[in-house]
Design a protein around this ligand. Structure first.
Ligand code: SAM
Length: 266
């Protein structure tokens, strides 16, 4: 029996509080556009930290075979329920912190992966990314894409919003480099890190070449502020217009809530 994980208590509410919000949908659509560029029917793709399986299901509905993995049994159960009946999705437990010695790739039967992705933060549970890059290098085809959605170290929203509301601990949390995520105080806590684009690029560099970066949530807020913004339609529409106009500028990626970074296997 695996120990209860920090995300377990969120598994049944995550889609309501994030996936199905207007802002959550817009941000996820940006990633779906990237995934659609790279992966097509017949490809086999590994997902790391799949959460409730929203992206795995979307890809499988387009004919992509997805091995969806996560450390949280609660999240895995939600993914299994959501993707039940779709033979292209396989759901497996994988803890990104235990990649040495390298675990076998679930259900790969020796084949090389066409790509790998990890959306909205699983990379932030690691303190170095070289071990992951070396493991992925063994399993990804030459030219294959690894796409990662990472919580950025500078998110301009957090100091502004939480500072203005007098919540200075939250306002400055990313500047401390590491925080602890422990929503119910009972399950196993997660140490959260905020790696820079250059740090992840350096750790992937022996095996992968960086090919793309974009901000994700530059003018749109982090998820704990979605509700406050979505109930103010004029502000929401203004922020959405700014996001659509300037939200793809790679140079601003470190100021967003997340950045999306893509590597190609050398
Ligand atoms: C914010 S959620 C993102 C979920 C999903 N990728 C999405 O797009 O909504 C972060 C996920 O990372 C998972 N995670 C955290 N630490 C992990 C680890 N060490 N290994 C694998 N998954 C992990 C959590 O269980 C959670 O499902």
């Amino acid at each position: 029996m695996n120990p209860s994980q920090a995300f377990d208590p969120l598994a049944t509410s995550y889609d309501d509080t994030f996936t199905h919000t207007q802002i959550g949908r817009y941000l996820r659509d940006q990633i779906h556009a990237r995934l659609d560029r790279h992966f097509r029917a017949g490809d086999h793709v590994l997902e790391l930290g799949c959460g409730t399986g929203e992206d795995a299901l979307r890809l499988a509905e387009r004919g992509v075979q997805v091995t969806a993995t996560d450390v949280s049994e609660g999240m895995l159960t939600t993914t299994r329920t959501k993707t039940a009946g779709n033979v292209l999705v396989r759901v497996e437990r994988l803890d990104l912190r235990t990649l040495t010695p390298y675990p076998p790739l679930p259900h790969s039967e020796g084949e090389q992966l066409d790509g790998v992705f990890s959306n909205f933060g699983p990379m932030n549970c690691l303190e170095e990314w070289g071990t992951l890059a070396s493991w992925l290098a063994k399993h990804v085809k030459q030219g294959g894409i690894v796409g990662l959605g990472v919580m950025s170290p500078l998110c301009m929203w957090e100091p502004l919003w939480h500072g203005l509301h007098g919540n200075f601990k939250t306002a400055m949390r990313r500047w401390r480099k590491k925080t602890v995520f422990h929503p119910d105080g009972v399950s196993e806590p997660i140490t959260v890190t905020y790696p820079s684009i250059s740090r992840i690029t350096k750790d992937f560099a022996p095996h992968f070449r960086r090919v793309y970066v974009q901000p994700l949530g530059l003018f749109l807020p982090p998820s704990d502020v979605f509700g406050a913004i979505e109930k103010r339609p004029r502000l929401f529409n203004t922020l959405m217009a700014l996001e659509k106009r300037f939200g793809q500028a790679a140079a601003l990626a470190m100021l967003a809530d997340h950045y999306w970074i893509e590597f190609q296997k050398i």
